[in-house]
Design a protein around this ligand. Structure first.
Ligand code: BTN
Length: 251
């Protein structure tokens, strides 16, 4: 029997055909990491609530029951590692298009994995890579009416921004439709078309930032992203390439 996502506009060949929902789970990424061998490519796990939601670089991800959308997608792929690490960007562009379609607003992508609107975070992506698969875990602030005081200045929801309330499964089905396409683009055409779209909507472009890397904090001005997905940073007139790190804007 077809799952509920098909009633909400799912048109994919594979993504979302196996759809598992938990009322409460520690983390949908952890679940897929454990069960990946037993599950089909394209399986999607959604949580109504996560007790140990994870973000990048050991951050926690707090989602609100029934108003925020939290899910992970299992991508079993023979792509080489160089392309697999770009899946996070394929997910970001898919999210960008979903939001444009459903709300008619233009978000921007904060390298490497966040979506922003008016200097506030709307969504985050956590991709975890193994030999044969990638898990793309995504948290989106869809219908929250408010946020705890400590993050009110840095986070917002699509409902607060647009006044539009959207069904979470409908959002998910639309996202998966786009995500299947952007993954196909990555497989068939490589990173270039996705990189082009990201750089057109690059939240950090020409911003002064501090980047926390495991070893040190680097200060500079963002100049874009290269063919490998690395951030290009102007540090005292010299371009440095940053592979990973936590980016803080100097407001
Ligand atoms: C980030 O902003 O650093 C990434 C946040 C990713 C959160 C999502 S929610 C669904 C999936 N399960 C998790 O534990 N994390 C991701």
């Amino acid at each position: 029997m077809k799952n509920i996502l098909f009633n909400h506009g799912l048109t994919t060949k594979e993504l979302g055909h196996n759809f598992i929902v938990f009322d409460e789970i520690e983390s949908t990424n952890d679940y897929l990491n454990e069960k990946a061998n037993d599950l089909a490519h394209g399986s999607v796990v959604k949580a109504i609530y996560q007790t140990k939601g994870k973000g990048r670089l050991d951050h926690k991800w707090h989602g609100e029951k029934n108003t925020s959308l939290m899910f992970s997608v299992l991508i079993k792929t023979k792509m080489n590692a160089t392309l697999k690490i770009k899946i996070v960007f394929a997910a970001a562009i898919a999210l960008f298009h979903t939001i444009k379609k459903l709300y008619n607003i233009t978000t921007s992508i904060k390298w490497p994995n966040d979506l922003y609107f008016s200097d506030k975070k709307i969504a985050g992506i956590l991709c975890q890579m193994q030999n044969d698969f990638v898990i793309a875990g995504i948290g989106i602030n869809v219908n929250q009416q408010d946020f705890p005081e400590e993050i009110q200045n840095i986070a917002s929801s699509l409902l607060l921004i647009t006044g539009i309330k959207v069904d979470l499964n409908m959002f998910l089905a639309n996202f998966l439709n786009y995500f299947e396409n952007t993954i196909n683009t990555l497989c068939t055409e490589g990173f270039y078309p996705i990189r082009e779209e990201i750089t057109k909507n690059f939240y950090l472009m020409n911003k002064e930032v501090n980047i926390e890397t495991p070893k040190k904090t680097i200060h500079g001005i963002v100049k874009g992203m290269d063919d490998d997905g690395q951030l290009l940073l102007d540090v005292s007139g010299k371009i440095k390439k940053i592979m990973a790190g936590d980016v803080h804007i100097c407001f």
